[in-house]
Design a protein around this ligand. Structure first.
Ligand code: AMP
Ligand code: MG
Length: 412
């Protein structure tokens, strides 16, 4: 029986909908081939010329008339005079007369008249007169003009995510400037008087600011440009100034900390005064306190301060938002099924995102819970490579139960 979500809590799905509600791909711009890596094509790309753009040899060997070699074999070799060489990058030589051969290299244009290439391995490799011990079929070892891509053909649709393989095709059809959705600039602001930078030994009561580094890396892994700002002290005036500055130059602002029920929850205090941001409790564990809205016209998501809560909230709400801004059609991580390796409990009425490490055992994917439920357990978070999604109604997960896992490994 599904447990009831407390009336003051919003479901995960509903909050995902709210965070994504007004997001659309950023405007199109032109990027160089390599800067386009990881971005999304904003317009379809048409081939200006066919691929291959001329008939060329797929082997080092000899261009021939196939008829001249009918029946050629080791016991009955055929000899042909060699009329020169064609290397890759050279123009096609004159027409190949019947009864002759021309030495040809991989990628070199096949001369008119020739209808097959004999690999050098079937010959004695000579340059004056070549001895050939095999008989190629007509068309053998010739890569035909247009057999891959026709001129004028749409080779890549708008909305395609650009990766190394797509870049190969964009380059091959001659594009240097690629129409893409602009890469979002995301400002990451951590808050808290207790925070010191890595490399500084924390004094009494201080901790190292791990969230801003974690979130900056997570933003980059999602495909956006991240600018790490902070940490900002729990000082309302200072925070307001930073928020306004970042709103001017960012497509999205992320904050960490200062959104729960404490006396020094600066993010909540400042943004409540400024207006435009809604603070809610989401029925999830970890990550209950959430906020989202606008600073000026720039979207902001306020993430909880506990590192695990911050990370899980980023994964569940922010990563899909960044993917949407980038223009991806599918903004969600891939999910997989795995067998739970051991029992654990889950809070009633909340969706739990349990950190799990994944391993294959006899062809079955096993999910090992990592770090328990504590939202401060960074060690377990670092070992995790998936988030098991435990529905609100489930309070106990048994070993061998099948789990649905958000797969954190890999990019998309
Ligand atoms: P807060 O919501 O600001 O009260 O923070 C909740 C918990 O998260 C506290 O234990 C903070 O010390 C911790 N925390 C807040 N910000 C960070 C951060 N940037 N890095 C690591 N831990 C943090
Ligand atoms: Mg704080």
């Amino acid at each position: 029986m599904p447990a009831k979500v407390g009336s003051d809590m919003r479901s995960v799905q509903e909050h995902q909908r709210v965070v994504l509600a007004d997001a659309s791909p950023l405007p199109a711009t032109t990027a160089s081939l390599l800067d386009a890596d990881g971005l999304v094509l904003a317009e379809p790309v048409t081939a200006a010329w066919p691929l291959p753009s001329f008939d060329n040899s797929s082997m080092d060997g000899y261009a021939v008339h196939a008829d001249d070699l009918a029946g050629a074999s080791p016991s009955s070799p055929v000899r042909l005079p060699v009329r020169g060489d064609i290397a890759a990058g050279q123009e096609a030589a004159e027409r190949l007369e019947p009864g002759t051969a021309v030495r040809i290299m991989t990628g070199a244009p096949v001369p008119d008249g020739a209808d097959a290439v004999v690999p050098v391995e079937w010959t004695d490799g000579s340059t004056g007169e070549v001895t050939i011990t095999g008989s190629p079929d007509p068309g053998a070892f010739i890569r035909r003009r247009g057999e891959d891509v026709a001129a004028g053909e749409v080779v890549i649709e708008a909305g395609t995510a650009i990766n190394a393989r797509v870049i190969a095709l964009l380059a091959a059809v001659g594009l240097a400037g690629i129409p893409v959705h602009r890469r979002p600039r995301v400002a990451v602001i951590s808050t808290g008087d207790e925070l010191v930078d890595p490399g500084v030994e924390p004094g009494p009561g201080q901790i190292v600011d791990s969230n801003s580094y974690m979130l900056t890396a997570a933003v980059r892994e999602a495909g956006a440009t991240a600018v790490r700002v902070g940490p900002v002290r729990d000082d309302e005036a200072a925070l307001e100034r930073v928020l306004k500055e970042e709103a001017e130059r960012s497509d999205l602002i992320l904050t960490s900390g200062g959104v729960s029920m404490g006396a020094y929850d600066t993010v909540k205090a400042v943004l409540t005064r400024m207006g435009g941001v809604e603070f809610v409790k989401v029925a999830m564990q970890p990550g209950m306190p959430q906020g989202s809205g606008l600073v000026g016209s720039t979207p902001i998501v306020t993430l909880p301060g506990n590192p695990v809560s911050s990370f899980v909230s980023f994964e569940v709400f922010v990563r899909p938002l960044i993917r949407r801004l980038l223009g991806h059609a599918h903004c969600e991580r891939p999910r997989l099924h795995a067998i739970c390796a051991r029992d654990f409990n889950s809070p009633a009425g909340k969706t739990q995102f349990a950190r799990v490490s994944l391993r294959l055992h006899d062809g079955l994917m096993l999910a090992e819970p990592e770090g328990g439920q504590g939202s401060h357990i960074i060690g377990g978070l670092a070992r995790a490579d998936g988030l098991a999604v435990i529905p609100e109604s489930v309070t106990h997960v048994a070993g061998r139960d099948e789990l649905v896992i958000i797969d954190l490994r890999g990019g998309a």
